[in-house]
Write a new protein. Sequence first.
Length: 403
Amino acid sequence: MCSDAVLKVDNVCKHYRAWESPHERLKELLFGVDAASQVEVIKNISLELGRGQILGVIGPNGAGKSTLLQMIAGTLRPSSGTIEIDGRLTALLELGAGVDPELTGIENIYLMSSTYGIPRPQIKDSIDDIIRFSGLGNYIEKPVKTYSSGMFVRLAFSVSTALKPDVLIVDEALSVGDVGFQAKCLERLEELIASGTSILLASHDMQLIRNYCTSAICLHQGEIISRGEPEVVTERYLHLMRQDRENAQETLSWTADEEAKARFASKEGEILSVEVLGHEAERSFATGDTIRVKIVCKLHELKLTPAIILILRDARGYNIYGLKARTEFLRQTQDGCVSAEFEIPLHLAEGSYSFTVRLENTKTDTINYLLDKHVGICGFTVSDSHKCFLGGVNLHGRIVHDV
């Protein structure tokens, strides 16, 4: 390992044995016939991480990101290859890892800290800071099984970062929880980097990777297909997403199937379809493009005052923008269907987006109740070749220079 490197991954592979059916597995147990095939999840990955660096780990779902990070964290063993770590490592992996749901928050602080090899006296010296940073208040005395996912992340992040590890792994944990705590987390990460902590950060948030990482890797089907500057690697990832969608020949529309119809919130109305007009074969747009979205709903009760709401979401699930079409803006037909069309200019940063659609019955200007809702449908990507603004939305500001 290089003198300034705190982590070295050398030619690491991970594979699992898989059987086509339980019958094949039973045959192997009874007769000793090898009926399993090898499923390669991670293929010959090598990387180094220097002190005080932050490496972004990106890739589509199923690319092997979590498996790689679990091997580095020591919760999975590589099939081959070596992993060397110089110092103490802490990790925020999947929700619930290393936690006993029956224990209280305080008891789990000691439990998690012990798994990191931190002596109990050292934990006692830091426990007040951990509780204060988590902001859990009286919940710290309650069993973790009563926590929401956001509360769990508050606890886990506070513990894993309080004692300044040499290497910190964060696997999508920042995508859970409220915006205020996420800002505190990012400030804490900056403090850790300044003190020499090295960080592995896995995320689907390309802006986060670009803004905070010193370098990045993109995984696809268990292999590193791009590494280097975050701008270059995230662009490769977005290009990969566009290619996958084109190859799948997906359409930019959504129609309720039987499963969707079975889960709507009320029997008084349902969302039937969502369609981006004129772009049925496209799932990639440029910053500044305008799209028109048509939503069709079915009302099963006539005495309703319906409203259709379209909400634009980013890859983290944050609501970016929304429009509400009240009854007077809806087209109604004799068969009880109502529809609305929304026109939205995509003055957005590069990244992945989707829609949430709501059908409501409006009682008054302030009172309404939900009839149906669908989240994360009609996913698409936005690219920005000019990189003419910073942040998530282009507000078309300008630089004024008076001579």
